[in-house]
Design a binder for this molecule. Sequence first.
Ligand code: SRM
Ligand code: SF4
Length: 569
Amino acid sequence: MTTDTKFTVEGKLSDNERLKSQSNFLRGTIEQDLQDDLTGGFTADNFQLIRFHGMYQQDDRDIRAERAKQKLEPLHNVMLRARLPGGIIAPDQWLAIDKFAKEHTLYGSIRLTTRQTFQFHGVLKPKIKQMHQMLNKVGIDSIATAGDVNRNVLCTSNPVESAVHQQAYEWAKKISEHLLPKTRAYAEIWLDGEKVETTENEPILGNNYLPRKFKTTVVIPPHNDIDVHANDLNFVAISEDGELVGFNVLVGGGLAMTHGDESTFPRKADDFGFITLDKTLDVAAAVVSTQRDWGNRVNRKNAKTKYTLERVGVENFKAEVEKRAEITFGPSRPYTFTDRGDRFGWVEGVDGKYHLTLFIENGRILDYPGKTLKTGCAEIAKIHKGDFRLTANQNLIVAGVAPDQKEAIEVLARIHGLISDGVSNQRLDSMACVALPTCPLAMAEAERYLPDAVTEIETLLAKHGIADKSIIFRVTGCPNGCGRAMLAEVGLVGKGPGKYNLHLGGDREGTRIPKMYKENISEQEILDHLDQLIGRWSSEALDNESFGDFLIRAKVVAPVINSAKDFYV
Ligand code: SRM
Ligand code: SF4
């Protein structure tokens, strides 16, 4: 693979570049920090370096002020994010993580994320090594689920529904492995692996790793459940006669922005064209390495692939990928996306096995009064012979159930409140990021606000006589956009306590970015606007016209066509 650096950004490198280069391939002095019991936290560069090992240092923001008053340091702990390509986890693995969450985390929950994996929140320093060793014992790791690397690779859920799903999932796994860091730092530090001389080399990621986080998916049309436009690199599965034959490659999606900084914006991915299967890993490596060499290492706010494409031009980036991968992209093959949601309840697969999708509000698996979700999942895991699949909508699929086990699993799911009968379409189509109390970047509530916000929207839909309809509604506690509000029909972006920017006009397929309609408004003001607009939708919509499409046709908001130019105007 050649290295052309003509678009490298010159200037003083960001401090993250220094810390990566001085980290001895991501080791830093994490081991010394682990021995230090004077503080529950990690010091200096290690605070950032543990992210490359899948952990973030956090503290409970609800009790931060109280602890400060008592002159105590914040209750430092880590959040761990596992690597689960395609979101697949086996029942014995589930039981192990269930036990660890219960016995060793401050919150006791398993949190399903918007990227098909799970997080533990609240792991104190003395338990961290034990956690990694437990995960390793059951075949799970958390390598590269955070930091400036390729993250957990997503794949459309329900992969066992057809041969194409199975093949696509295998590719998601292969891409994940191919793009992993090669350093042995993780094994040395957490698994007491043998120390080796540092003669390491990172042939794809580079010895200074990537300029910024990087996200990859494999998606199987017509379902866009993994939301391609949130991702740097997407492989859109193209099949012929039920066989996967190749991928259309989409590059440069991403949703984050910074309030008040118009050099940042959400952006849709561009279609580079079609490749055959044998080119997949080469193209993945070429896109990553082009972003590695051309991405902005001076300003982290403009470092993601989406900004590189805007700066160097899509055609230049594409030509460089072709050169590095020694391929020519073919014309894109036709495909359409028709939806993004999960299909709840039972579905029969082509192999005669069944899959049960469970609705998990906010992805938070915990025992609640009258709804013992966590116990329920564990009880299912004890008898289940297939696997579990985590969806990118924070839900859980009990997959590969033999017909003779179906009833027993359904009984358990019902006993523990895991079946979504009676849950409105609106609730099923709503999502929020974690935000408070664990996320240090949260400006407003998201996960804790979502259930009540949905109840209010349900009331508005009923008031206007359309209770069975739904709006893709997403709340995100700050403009980083972890709840993917920038691909919703109605997206709330946290601005301050109880205050949000209201974005309108995304579509149901996830191919249109919603425009800001009102800035920094209260929860009540949001509901007042929605009341009026849902009223109009109910009386003025064309047949089956979605809320987002109606808002565009009625000129309530203008469509975002080229976000670099028209997102803020
Ligand atoms: Fe995220 C940072 C949670 C998906 C964009 N995200 C964070 C941190 C780690 C806060 C931090 O840096 O200290 C949050 C931890 C909260 C907590 O207490 O758990 C956090 N992000 C999440 C999760 C758990 C939200 C959820 O409710 O599920 C998702 C975990 C995904 C995973 O398993 O890997 C999550 N984050 C996303 C997505 C959605 C997606 O990828 O589909 C996005 C928008 C897409 C994108 O990347 O453009 C997203 N998270 C960010 C950003 C902004 C990145 C940027 O381009 O500027 C940050 C902040 C950063 O990186 O500086 C961030
Ligand atoms: Fe935290 Fe902001 Fe991400 Fe929500 S969107 S989890 S508040 S970083």
